[in-house]
Design a binder for this molecule. Structure first.
Ligand code: GUN
Ligand code: ZN
Length: 443
């Protein structure tokens, strides 16, 4: 069993020192000093007992690991798995719902569908299917909203444990502006959270995430309860939605006229921390971003969702003035694809609409090592430093006839990443490995 295995292919990963600020923007700026990534065309990755043992030149393998078993991924790229920082594990049934913006979309599609998670058999089927889809898209870690009900959330954690995934999730919490059957009292939610934290937080590769849906679906008492939970369990994560839609923002303002702004509502209840992931932040003002910066919180930019729901255009350049903790999410449900390639493609297009040319390296970083850093998981995942957990994907850049044709015109890693992000899909994921085990193998 636990013999080391070598994977032979092109190797691409970021150096530990990489940040958005020091990444080369384009090939003209490349020099030995500012190269913050490793790309070895004839490379090898050696994995032993779930951990990275070595990443380097294939020519070194014979000497370093004589007689080692070699898996051939020649002409493919071996790279750390994608990290999706915002998704709803419960929304597979309503992707591609016609015609509504956020608040109506929640009422007409999301809430009725999420009710089905009170049934354990249907919850198991949906969640298993969802995770199969996620892994076949090359995503190995995610920050995910789990089901509202305790039993279904427990099933989700159980399924994640089986797959040995590094994952951040929790039961979604709400008690207002939603159907009565989806409103659990503050006490019931508190008890459910405590049980799930005791059973799953920091167990295997799992972290618990306190998950108030958003200020409109939670009473002040519920947000206060979430703040109290965070105080009791300071290393738990928090996730919620912020400044996604103009009608949502106006409604929050009405509910909390005395607080400074939407961000201030979460801050007021102790929910803005350096382990909080705020989904969207499209309409966030400079005053909000100034306060945001002080808390060290994390942005999850979800361009697929923002385009689908017509929510607005995230302004990367403006946000970057305040924080470099900008990560990417599918927001599956509203986002219509689980592939981070699609998210990366829309991130580029949205930025172009804001006249910002978002570099390939910066985008790829945000979907991998940058997310690991923002989530404080960079000692565990995100690069191929020996000792880190072996979550990686094998990408076939020739997966379709057109890509094969287009690749012949590509001269460097920048262009290669760019065409993958623009033209790539699930079809390009040849294999996904989780903690050194093959979790998905394509044709
Ligand atoms: N805001 C509150 N709930 C949701 C949700 O499920 N999806 C999105 N996109 N925004 C939300
Ligand atoms: Zn969301």
């Amino acid at each position: 069993m636990n013999e080391p295995i070598a994977y032979h292919g092109a190797i691409f990963y970021f150096k530990e020192t990489a940040t958005i600020a020091n990444l080369p923007i384009n090939k003209d700026k490349l020099s030995d000093q500012d190269t913050q990534y490793v790309y070895i065309e004839d490379g090898v990755l050696v994995v032993d007992a779930g951990k990275i043992k070595f990443a380097g030149n294939f020519s070194e393998l014979k000497n370093k690991f004589p007689g080692i078993k070699v898996v051939d991924y020649k002409n493919k790229i071996i790279t750390p798995g994608f990290i999706d920082t915002h998704q709803h594990a419960t929304q597979s049934a309503i992707v591609a719902a016609y015609g509504d913006k956020l608040l109506e979309w929640l009422d007409n599609y999301v809430f009725p569908s999420e009710s089905s998670y009170s049934d354990k058999a249907s919850a198991t089927k949906d969640l298993t299917f969802f995770l199969d889809q996620l892994v076949s898209n090359g995503t190995t870690t995610a920050v995910s909203y789990g089901p509202l009900f305790y039993e279904a959330s427990d099933i989700f954690f159980e399924e994640l444990k089986k797959r040995n995934m590094r994952f951040i999730t929790g039961n979604i919490i709400m008690d207002e502006n939603s159907p009565a059957n989806l409103q659990l009292t503050t006490q019931v939610n508190y008890d459910n959270c405590q049980k799930l934290i005791a059973k799953w937080h920091n167990k295997n590769r799992l972290s618990y995430c306190i998950s108030p849906r958003f200020a409109l679906a939670c009473s002040g008492a519920m947000l206060e309860m979430c703040g109290a939970l965070k105080k009791e369990h300071p290393d738990c994560y928090i996730q919620t939605h912020l400044d996604e839609n103009l009608n949502e923002i106006a409604a929050v303002k009405k509910l909390y006229p005395k607080l400074k702004n939407y961000f201030d509502v979460y801050d007021h209840y102790g929910l803005a921390t350096d382990r909080t992931i705020f989904g969207h932040c499209i309409h966030t003002t400079d005053a909000e971003l100034e306060a945001f910066k002080k808390t060290g919180a994390i942005i999850s930019w979800c361009p697929l969702s923002n385009n689908f729901l017509g929510s607005g255009l995230f302004n990367f350049a403006r946000a970057l003035k305040y924080t470099d903790k900008i990560t990417l999410g599918t927001d599956w449900g509203a986002g219509n694809c689980l592939s981070m390639f699609a998210v990366l493609d829309d991130a580029y297009k949205v930025s172009m609409l804001n006249s910002v040319k978002l570099p390939s390296m910066v985008r790829w970083y945000m979907a991998t090592y940058g997310a690991a850093r923002a989530l404080q998981l960079h000692d565990k995942i995100g690069t191929f430093k020996p000792g880190k957990e072996a979550d990686f994907v094998v990408i076939d850049p020739n997966a379709t006839p057109y890509l094969k044709y287009r690749r012949e015109k590509v001269s460097d890693i920048f262009e290669l990443l760019f065409i993958l992000m623009t033209l790539g899909s699930e079809e390009n994921i040849k294999a996904t490995y989780i903690y050194g085990e093959c979790a998905y193998l394509g044709d």
